[in-house]
Ligand binder design. Structure first.
Ligand code: E4P
Length: 214
């Protein structure tokens, strides 16, 4: 499974890049807004830090506007993936990008029917939002399972990008269910490294070794 970091923060991206396990980055307008900089400024910086897919989201609501924005964004760097919303207009734009060999990420996916439509339009990635489904009392993981089955049934090459991840268990289950990518907030990414027995074990090993040489 590929690991993307879900943030607009250049500091977080720089630190995560040193970990050696980050394959790409996803941003969205809310994450970009937190940085106080423009989307294009941030994307221009991210492509210098991570050599992998970088999702940049359009803000137009009509397909023609999305196409124009996407054309500009894709000129920033070959790694820029155009993120479009799961709407009729977004899917029209997705088809245009796919026909023109521009990579896409269809975002705000909450049902396997939506994922099916995105895959039919040639999306490179679909982003099911697990956490937001959990928030309203649904089971986000069921959606990952359903989409995996649909894509496998018809051999769609579209990749499942598990998004809206809130905690390490989302990553664990997404990987078991065959999500191709998980996009993970920085604080959750760091938590993936932790286990209480690892900490205890490291402490005990160091203590024993120091005793032996003193
Ligand atoms: C994905 O690409 C989105 O940026 C993100 O995962 C949304 O997560 P949220 O529900 O925590 O805002």
């Amino acid at each position: 499974m590929q690991i993307f970091i879900d943030t607009g923060s250049l500091e977080e991206i720089k630190e995560a890049a040193t970990f050696g396990i980050v394959d790409g980055v996803t941003t969205n307008p809310s994450l970009i807004a937190k940085t106080g900089k423009s989307r294009d400024e941030i994307i221009n910086e991210i492509v210098k830090i991570i050599d992998g897919p970088i999702s940049a989201e359009v803000i137009s609501t009509d397909s023609q506007g999305m196409i124009e924005e996407g054309k500009m964004l894709s000129k920033i760097h070959k790694n820029v993936t155009i993120k479009v919303p799961m709407t009729i207009e977004g899917i029209k734009a997705c088809k245009w990008f796919s026909d023109n060999k521009i990579k896409t990420n269809v975002t705000l996916v909450f049902s396997s029917n939506q994922a099916l439509l995105a895959a039919k339009a040639g999306a490179t990635y679909v982003s099911p939002f697990i956490g937001r489904l959990d928030d309203i009392g649904h089971d986000g993981m069921n959606l990952i399972e359903e989409i995996r089955q649909v894509f496998d049934n018809y051999a769609f090459p579209t990749q499942i990008l598990a998004a809206s991840i809130r905690h390490p268990d989302h990553v664990r289950v997404a990987s078991m269910l065959g999500a191709d990518v998980a996009t993970i907030p920085f604080d959750v990414l760091k938590k993936l490294y932790n286990h209480v027995l690892t900490d205890k074990g490291v402490e005990a090993f160091l203590k024993d070794y120091k005793k032996s040489i003193s």
